[in-house]
Design a binder for this molecule. Structure first.
Ligand code: B12
Ligand code: SF4
Ligand code: SF4
Length: 375
């Protein structure tokens, strides 16, 4: 196909992508074969928690030909999201509490704080929709150059192993926190991809560093979820517990959540490759900025007062918080309220106990009340 990397570069930058790479399918399949075994071991150990869809999609994720039989190349694209907002783990000790905070006998923070923190990736508009639109435009452009072009696009929830794609394309290396890190730009980006049935010009790769002796993310994780370098036990990860998890949050992790209401960024915030990144994030197109979405903090009284799915939709439609649904977000808010030390939240938790028919929510609200009453 007659297109140059320079043409693609100009196009992707104008669309808001921060970087891209092209891999021939043979090279990708070799990398995927190597990683499939790692993935299977991860599943065997139940590190995937209740994310059964990962198991179900294994065949398609590790064998791109299942989705596009005539696949010749994959364009892997990165999209930076806001990294200059509020930190989720500022001055946090390994127990997830702010260093210097006055602690109660149960080790909980006494400082009053009636809001919960949202992970950076979720502060803007729903990235699935934003990035999908960009991929569709790229696909259309390719089809204009050659009408025989066929494509298959994937963003996050699609059947692709995004970090393996990004690593193989030379866009970054696997950190011990398991994230892909671009040594020049850090790790605050999404990964998306477009499979194409044409041999495209392969992008050059440079030698990348690795973590070396650093272990900052492993020691900073409040729940010890990084069980080995590069390996996350999702059952312990705050990101899983507050977003993907459909059940209750195990009591042993509740105080560790601190004020993290949705997702977690601690293993990225402590990473030296992310230091000072706020100054370098120049490619920031509207919808992924936190100003375009819900921002970094949500008011707990407001969250605990959301009575119906309609009210939830009104507030959060088009944002990544839809993933947790009303039930998940209220569950998280009960825990964060308990951790806040703010007794003015007790009546709001009491309302949850009285109003909700769901035993899981009632139990979390009662837990929050109990913790606050111990103050
Ligand atoms: C399931 C999932 C999760 C789960 C499990 C996380 C995990 N580490 O596997 C949970 C819900 C916990 C999660 C959390 C987050 N996620 Co997530 N998640 C995914 C998803 C859908 C699949 C990942 C997967 O297959 N995991 C299974 C493991 C085995 O595979 P893997 O992650 O690719 O892991 C590789 C490494 O472990 C490596 N490896 C194995 N052994 C070793 C040893 C060493 C030494 C090294 C260096 C590497 C290494 O090989 C594995 C592959 O074979 C991808 C999207 C996608 N479609 O791929 C997004 C994705 C990985 N998530 C992403 C993000 C942004 C997050 C969060 C930062 C969100 C947040 N702020 O709350 C956190 C980060 C937590 C963390 N430290 O991983 C981004 C990562 C972007 C990047 N720069 O890397 C992705 C790629 C989504 C996207 N398309 O942009 N996530
Ligand atoms: S996202 Fe948070 S809980 Fe999960 S591994 Fe990283 S620091 Fe640990
Ligand atoms: S904090 Fe250190 S060990 Fe963890 S990913 Fe960053 S460089 Fe690697």
């Amino acid at each position: 196909m007659n297109i140059s990397p320079d043409q693609l570069k100009a196009l992707t930058i104008s669309e808001g992508w921060s970087n891209f790479g092209i891999i021939p399918i043979d090279q990708l399949q070799v990398a995927l074969n190597k990683h499939e075994g790692v993935f299977e071991k991860w599943i065997e150990k139940s590190y995937h928690a209740e994310m059964e869809y990962l198991k179900r999609m294994q065949g398609d994720r590790f064998h791109p030909k299942n989705k596009l039989p005539d696949i010749k190349s994959v364009i892997v694209l990165l999209a930076t999201y806001s990294s200059n907002g509020e930190r989720m783990g500022d001055e946090l000790g390994t127990d997830g509490l702010r260093i210097g905070d006055e602690l109660g006998t149960d080790g909980l923070r006494i400082e009053s704080d009636a809001s919960g923190l949202v992970a950076r990736y979720a502060r803007g508009r729903d990235y699935h929709k934003v990035l999908k639109k960009r991929l569709i435009r790229l696909s259309k452009w390719l089809k204009e150059q050659d009408e025989g072009v066929e494509t298959y696009l994937s963003v996050d929830s699609g059947p692709t192993v995004d970090r393996v794609l990004a690593e193989t394309a030379g866009l970054g290396f696997f950190g011990k926190n398991s994230l892909i890190i671009d040594p020049r730009k850090g790790s605050y980006f999404f990964i998306a991809s477009l499979m194409v049935n044409r041999a495209l010009p392969v992008t050059p790769k440079t030698r990348l560093p690795n973590c070396g002796d650093c272990r900052k993310c492993i020691s900073a994780c409040p729940t010890d979820a990084i069980v080995a370098p590069g390996v996350i036990d999702a059952r312990r990860c705050i990101s899983y517990l507050t977003i993907e998890n459909k059940g209750g949050i195990p009591v042993e992790f509740r105080s560790k959540l601190g004020n993290r209401l949705f997702g977690c960024d601690i293993c990225q915030e402590v990473c030296p490759f992310n230091e000072g990144r706020a100054h370098h994030q120049k490619v920031m197109i509207g919808p992924l900025k936190e100003e375009s979405g819900i921002g970094s903090r949500l008011n707990l009284k407001e969250i605990l007062s959301i009575k119906t799915d309609e009210q939830f939709l009104e507030k959060f439609a088009g944002t990544p918080l839809m993933r947790a649904k009303r039930r998940g977000l209220i569950r998280n808010a009960c825990v964060v309220a308990g951790n806040s030390g703010d007794v003015s939240l007790i009546p709001y938790l009491q309302n949850v106990v009285e109003r909700e028919g769901d035993e899981m929510l009632k139990e979390h609200a009662r837990w929050g009340i109990e913790v606050l009453k111990k103050r």
